[in-house]
Design a protein around this ligand. Structure first.
Ligand code: ATP
Ligand code: MG
Length: 429
């Protein structure tokens, strides 16, 4: 027997039962971002490999071991995007829309690809919604990004389940000074560091700070603190951010070990974390990247952004029972017609209803069938009402409106009055 065809490990189908929740989530975010003045950008999911190497950094987990890289038929090295910031910066530069200090407040949504070990909340194709802001350098915009995510958690009903962690990485000069001090300190203890940290000490020493190894963590207790190396400008920026979060009443904790995986951050970094998802606890993460645009060949351009993992947030909504009732039902009324003449009249009537009630979710029974089988399908559809059109109803130019969920008797309603009737009982506000 031939091997059955399967999706690639770590890449998931989102089945019809699941997609209403995805649309609810994405729709909620999109609506919110409209109100804050963010505009969507859509970039290709494949880019030249060089783009990610230059932006994310050669010695990061993503570029070292997680990218889906291949050669296309021209011999160009291409990569499925592992994140969204690089492409945004490329697009903004390519089209000149951040030149002359033009402010851009952008967002994107879509699949990202990383070759990681698949597990709950960690996949090889996963989805992010991300925001990027160009040409605003103050803490006010860092605060806005956090404030709007806080509002999002409120809309989704998960505020109590997430916690904001903040840190400042300083300017790249301050970080370089700190890096030297950290390397000097860690080198004295190199023998007791775990293998990963020994390697990172050479390639990307700040990442040693987010080690999971208890022995290395114990050593780090006495390590130099990044906060002590912060330059004045970054310190003032960080205070400005904290003051704004305090003004809105958003709780946060300062996590001095928060360094983020990517090279390009400076000043503010933040993560929204939860303890409801086990090991994969970060649902949203980002920070400021003032040096990135220049590093990618543009003029110096301040930038700040974040990305949230849609799968993890959907898992949270499910785990916490925050899936709204209203998205469970996908059909309002189900039209059953018996006989050829009723089917034709039913189709015409259905189209009239759609004209008059554009948001009515109306399903017409397809494939004919007996009374019993059509009612069964009507019930299974989850509809609130079955609309019945048989010989008697045809003769009286009426429709039987049979409640399928609550109590109540079947009513016969004239064709001309049907839209008005359904507007009061079947169409969602
Ligand atoms: P992690 O530490 O969990 O690997 P990260 O620092 O690599 O996360 P980012 O690059 O900051 O993640 O991506 C932003 C968000 O995207 C994460 O906080 C997470 O919610 C989500 N995310 C990242 N990688 C994955 C993945 N492989 N599967 C599902 N979601 C992911
Ligand atoms: Mg990762």
């Amino acid at each position: 027997m031939s091997k059955s065809l399967q999706a690639i490990r770590g890449m998931n189908d989102i089945l019809p039962d699941q997609s209403p929740l995805w649309r609810y989530f994405e729709g909620t975010v999109a609506g919110l971002l409209d109100t804050y003045g963010y505009r969507q950008i859509r970039t290709p999911i494949v880019e030249f490999t060089e783009l990610f190497k230059r932006s994310i950094g050669e010695v990061t987990d993503i570029v070292e071991k997680e990218m889906y890289t291949f050669e296309d038929r021209n011999g160009d090295s291409l990569t499925l995007r592992p994140e969204g910031t690089a492409a945004c910066v490329r697009a903004v530069l390519e089209h000149g829309i951040s030149g002359g200090g033009q402010v851009q407040k952008l967002w994107y949504v879509g699949p990202m690809f990383r070759h990681e070990r698949p597990q709950k909340g960690r996949y090889r194709q996963f989805h992010q919604i991300g925001l990027e802001v160009f040409n605003l350098e103050g803490p006010d915009i860092d605060a806005e990004l956090i404030v709007l995510t806080w509002r999002l958690w409120g809309l989704l009903g998960i505020r109590d389940a997430v916690k904001l962690e903040l840190n400042s990485l300083g300017t790249s000069e301050a970080r370089a000074r700190y890096r030297d001090a950290l390397v000097e300190f860690l080198t004295q203890h190199i023998a007791v560091l775990d293998e990963d940290s020994q390697r990172r000490l050479k390639t990307n020493p700040l990442r040693v700070l987010d080690t999971k190894h208890p022995e290395t963590q114990a050593i780090l207790v006495d390590a130099p603190k990044l906060a002590d190396y912060l330059d004045e400008e970054s310190r003032v920026h960080f205070e400005g951010l904290k003051a704004r979060l305090d003004a809105v009443g958003i709780p946060y904790v300062i996590n001095p070990k928060l360094v983020r995986g990517l090279d390009y951050y400076s000043k503010t970094v933040f993560e929204w974390v939860t303890d409801k998802l086990g090991a994969q606890g970060t649902v949203c993460a980002g920070g400021r990247y003032d040096g990135l645009v220049e590093q990618m060949g543009g003029k110096p351009t301040p930038g700040v952004g974040f990305a949230m993992g849609i799968e993890r947030l959907i898992l949270m909504l499910e785990t916490l029972g925050k899936v709204p009732e209203s998205i469970a039902r996908q059909v309002d009324v189900y039209l059953c017609a018996f006989g050829e003449a009723a089917e034709l009249a039913g189709l015409a009537l259905a189209e009239r209803l759609r004209d008059e009630l554009p948001t009515l979710r109306l399903q017409i029974n397809a494939g004919a069938g007996s009374f019993k089988s059509q009612f069964k399908k009507a019930d299974k559809s989850g509809a609130l009402f079955a609309l019945i059109l048989g010989d008697d109803e045809m003769a009286a130019r009426q429709v039987g409106v049979k409640p399928l969920r609550g109590q109540g008797e079947q009513q016969n309603i004239a064709w001309d009055a049907l839209a008005e009737h359904l507007a009061t009982c079947a169409v969602q506000a």
